[in-house]
Design a protein around this ligand. Structure first.
Ligand code: NAP
Length: 445
C-alpha cells in the first residue's frame, strides 16, 4: 500500500509513523516547502529549545525505510489532490491551519498591524516571510500591542521583550537577531478580551514573561478581580488556578525600572486601530463577562499608543482545491478521520491534525489524532474500500514530466547539515536558512 501524506508537520509525520507499524506500506510525505516539520520549525518559538527538539524525533521517522520526504511540491498547484489517487491508495491531509483569523475592526489593515502568523513566520525564518516589512517596522516602533492571550501571544510578547542576548543562542536567522537588536520597543501591551481565568495560555509559558532580564511585567490588581464564576473556575481547575496565581503575583510586584515593560491587561478588547500612514494606537473598550462566559463591552474606552499591533487571535485552516471544507469551522469535515462530502466519505481521503480538528492542543495531541485517522484508513484497506491507483509507483516519473524540482529526504539531510554548519560558524547549534533559493541550493538543487 502506498500512502501520500500532505503536510510534513507533526500530524503528518505521526501519521506516517503509525503506518510504518504495518508491513508492506510506503509513505511519501509531501510538503510545499523544501524542508519538513511545519509548525515545529516555523511556529514553535526558537527560544523554546526543548519543544523544538521534538524535531529530532520527527526526523527519525523521515529516515525510516519506507518513508520519503518530498518537499518543494505544492499540492493544489503542482499536483491536484485527486491526481494523487492515481499514484497512491490513500491520501492523508495534514496541511494544518496556516492562515490567520481576523479581528474585523476598523483600521485592521493599517501599516504596522500584522498577523501573529506572519510575525512568527518571520522570526522563525520562513521563506515566505515579509522580511522587508519587519525590518522597517521593528526598529521604528516604540510601543507594541499584542491582541489575544493564547500561547502564540505569549511567544510574540516574549520575543519582543527579550534582549538579543536572550535569543542569540537560538536558530533564528542572523537578520532576525539584527533587527530585534535594533528594536526601539520599550512597552508591550498584552490584551485579553476576557479575564485571566478564561485565558488560553499555559502556566509554564506564562511564567516566563515574569522572568525576563530587561522587562518588568505590570498588572493592575483590578484586572485580577475575579467574578464568582471565574473564582469558581480557578478553584476547580488547577490549570486555571495556576494561571490566576501567577498573574496575581505579578499584580503585587513593584516595577524594578527595567528598560522594557510588559503590560498585561484583561477585560480589554480592541475596537479600532487608529493612525495615519501607520498604526498609532489601539482604541480599547473595557469589557465585562457575561453569564455564558463571553465578554460584552461597557462603553468605556481608552487609546493605547501603539506603532506595532500583532493580532494573535488564532490560526485558520483553508480549503485545498475542491476538497470538502467546513466554512464555519475552517476544517475539513470528517468522520473518524475519513473525509466527508456531506454525509458520504470521499474514498481514499483522510484528514488529521489542525485541518481536522482546528488549531488547538499541544504537539503531542497530534499523535493520538493521527493514530486514530490511520486506524480508519487501515480498517478501510482491510474492508477493501480503498480505490485502486491506476499508476501506482509512478509519482517520481510524474514529477519529472512536470518539471517539478522535488526535494527528497537526501536533499533535506543536506539542508540540515548546511544549517548546522552555518550555526557552528557562529557558535550555535544551528542557524535557520530562510531563503528558498538558498534552501534549494543547500539541498543540491
Ligand atoms: P488560542 O489559544 O486559541 O488563543 C487565541 C486568543 O485570541 C484567545 O485569547 C482568544 O480569546 C483571542 N481572541 C480570539 N478572537 C479575538 C478577538 N476578536 N478579539 C480579541 N481577542 C480574540 O490560539 P493561539 O495562541 O494561536 O495558539 C494555537 C494553539 O497552539 C493553542 O493550542 C496553543 O496552546 C498552541 N501553542 C502552544 C505553545 C506552547 O505550548 N508553548 C506555543 C504556541 C502555540 P477568547 O478565548 O476570548 O476567544
Amino acid at each position: 500500500m502506498r500512502v501520500a501524506v500532505v503536510g510534513s508537520g507533526p500530524s503528518g509525520i505521526y501519521a506516517a509513523d503509525a503506518l510504518m507499524a504495518e508491513d508492506g506500506v510506503e509513505v511519501d510525505i509531501i510538503d510545499r516547502l523544501p524542508v519538513p516539520f511545519g509548525l515545529v520549525r516555523y511556529g514553535v518559538a526558537p527560544d523554546h529549545l526543548s519543544i523544538r527538539s521534538v524535531r529530532d524525533t520527527l526526523n527519525k521517522v523521515l529516515q525510516k525505510p519506507g518513508v520519503r520526504f518530498i518537499g518543494n511540491v505544492t499540492v493544489g498547484v503542482d499536483v491536484v489532490p485527486d491526481e494523487l489517487l492515481d499514484f497512491y491508495d490513500a491520501v492523508i491531509l495534514t496541511y494544518g491551519a496556516s492562515s490567520d483569523r481576523r479581528l474585523d475592526i476598523p483600521g485592521e489593515d493599517l501599516d504596522g498591524s500584522v498577523a501573529a502568523t506572519d510575525f512568527v513566520a518571520w522570526y522563525c525564518g520562513h521563506p515566505d516571510a515579509d522580511r522587508e516589512r519587519f525590518e522597517r517596522l521593528i526598529p521604528t516602533a516604540t510601543s507594541a500591542v499584542v491582541v489575544g492571550v493564547g500561547n502564540v501571544a505569549i511567544d510574540v510578547t516574549r520575543v519582543l521583550a527579550k534582549t538579543v542576548g536572550e535569543l542569540d543562542h537560538t536558530d533564528m536567522p542572523q537578520h532576525v537577531l539584527d533587527t530585534l537588536a535594533s528594536s526601539g520597543i520599550t512597552d508591550v501591551y498584552l490584551l485579553g478580551r476576557r479575564g485571566p481565568a478564561q485565558a488560553t495560555f499555559t502556566t509554564k509559558e506564562l511564567k516566563e514573561l515574569g522572568e525576563l532580564l530587561e522587562a518588568d511585567v505590570i498588572v493592575d490588581p483590578a484586572h485580577v478581580d475575579l467574578d464568582a464564576a471565574s473564582a469558581a473556575a480557578a478553584e476547580s481547575d488547577r490549570a486555571v488556578g495556576r494561571n490566576v496565581e501567577v498573574i496575581r503575583e505579578w499584580s503585587t510586584r513593584a516595577p524594578e525600572g527595567k528598560p522594557r515593560r510588559i503590560h498585561v491587561r484583561f477585560l480589554s478588547r480592541p475596537v479600532e486601530l487608529t493612525g495615519d500612514d501607520r498604526v498609532r494606537g489601539v482604541m480599547v473598550e473595557r469589557t465585562r463577562l457575561t453569564p455564558d462566559g463571553g465578554a460584552e463591552g461597557t462603553g468605556e474606552t481608552e487609546v493605547i499608543p501603539a506603532d506595532l499591533v500583532v493580532r494573535s487571535v488564532g490560526y485558520r485552516g483553508t480549503q485545498l482545491g475542491s476538497l470538502p471544507f467546513d466554512e464555519k469551522r475552517n476544517v475539513i469535515p470528517h468522520e473518524e478521520g475519513r473525509v466527508l462530502d456531506g454525509s458520504a466519505p470521499v474514498p481514499g481521503f483522510y484528514v488529521a491534525g489542525w485541518i481536522k480538528r482546528g488549531p488547538t492542543g499541544i504537539i503531542g495531541t497530534n499523535k493520538k489524532d493521527a493514530v486514530a485517522t490511520v486506524a480508519s484508513l487501515l480498517a478501510d484497506r482491510d474492508a477493501g474500500t480503498l480505490p485502486a491507483p491506476a499508476r501506482a509507483g509512478e509519482i517520481d516519473a510524474f514529477f519529472l514530466d512536470r518539471g517539478i524540482n522535488a526535494v527528497t529526504t537526501a536533499g533535506w539531510d543536506a539542508i540540515d547539515a548546511a544549517e548546522r554548519a552555518l550555526g557552528a560558524e557562529r557558535g550555535r547549534e544551528r542557524t535557520t536558512i530562510h531563503d528558498r533559493a538558498a534552501l534549494l541550493r543547500a539541498a543540491g538543487d
